[in-house]
Ligand binder design. Structure first.
Ligand code: SD4
Length: 324
């Protein structure tokens, strides 16, 4: 056997101790309180509803789904569900996804028309099918089969906004001249026992080219959850963020030991390292680990993320850090 000097011995002992500690942290059941963390101002009532559902005996998926329904049903939230701003043809097309960190299974719908609650349709894709994602016409047919009612999703206000946009000869379009309307609802949550879920629902970018799918319903982009580590979600320019698989990247940074906050900023820094122009991107992310610690970050001060946190019965609205 090779003789081992004192320093190497100490290093290997310390290394082994770290591994044992990390391993027991991973395997030890964490007993804390449930936490709900959501993007934007409308995340607050969504968290409150989620906490209510959870306290009443719902599981974490029920809680996240029902919480997100609150924003989907609210005609004043113009970026999610009913009242969401339409595509360039004046048609509302919704995207949503939900992922269960225990089963490592997700359900998602893209470009879903006429159905107010895409997150609930996504949940049924997860629970009732062997598929993960349904899009367009097929997603609508599935929703109808599941008993959802088709509805006009334009409100008088969103119709007026679309007509104004259409009538404006200077209007912004997505033919390489992006418009700037956002506010998707992303929610990550833990039950306080190490289980995590991530859900996201959006009408996407206003005036998008029909058929455009953003990051929100893409597993690994708009949502990701793994009970071994934590969960993440994103809001902002999904055309940009899809290229970085934001949510799974953040969860992987956490798996390597980063706190949720450091994982969020690491992702943003990585985006800027690969392309300095990304400093001006509309990019906001949230994350939670399986111990209930949270993180939130925005790329730039001019598009700072307001996020909602529910913990220990307290419901707060906070502002994230912004890198540039
Ligand atoms: C999308 N990421 O469709 C969504 C929009 C959004 O804040 O999050 N807006 O690109």
């Amino acid at each position: 056997m090779e003789p081992i000097d004192r320093r190497s011995f100490m290093k290997s002992v310390a290394g082994a101790a770290v591994l044992v500690a990390a391993d027991s942290a991973r395997t030890k059941a964490y007993e804390g309180s449930p936490v709900f963390l959501s993007t934007w101002v409308h995340g607050k009532p969504a968290n409150e509803r989620a906490a209510e559902v959870f306290k009443a005996g719902g599981n974490l998926l029920d809680a996240v789904e029902k919480g997100i329904n609150v924003a989907e049903n609210d005609p004043n939230v113009t970026s999610v569900g009913y009242g969401g701003l339409p595509n360039a043809q004046g048609v509302v097309e919704l995207d949503a996804a939900i992922i269960d960190g225990t089963r490592h299974r997700a359900g998602a719908v893209c470009s879903l028309r006429e159905i107010k609650n895409p997150i609930s349709v996504a949940r049924l894709v997860l629970e009732k099918t062997q598929h993960t994602t349904l899009a367009g016409e097929g997603a609508l047919r599935f929703a109808l089969q599941m008993g959802f009612r088709p509805e006009q999703l334009l409100t008088p206000e969103s119709l007026k906004k679309w007509l104004d946009w259409k009538a404006n000869p200077q209007r912004k379009t997505f033919w390489l001249n992006p418009a700037d309307n956002h506010d998707t609802l992303g929610m990550v949550a833990t039950d306080g026992k190490g289980h995590v879920v991530s859900g996201c629902s959006t009408s996407g970018l206003a005036w998008k080219i029909p058929g455009r799918v953003g990051d929100s319903p893409l597993i690994g982009c708009g949502v990701y959850a793994d009970d071994n580590v934590g969960a993440a979600s994103a809001t902002g320019n999904g055309d940009l963020m899809s290229n970085y698989c934001t949510s799974i990247s953040i969860v992987h940074y956490m798996a390597r030991g980063a706190s949720p906050q450091d994982a969020c900023t690491e992702l943003l820094e990585h985006m800027v390292k690969t392309d300095p122009d990304n400093r001006t991107g509309d990019v906001c992310v949230i994350a939670i680990n399986n111990r209930g610690e949270i993180g939130a970050a925005a790329m730039k001060k001019s598009y700072r993320l307001k996020y909602a946190l529910w913990r220990d019965g307290e419901s707060q609205l906070l502002e994230s850090v912004a890198l540039y």
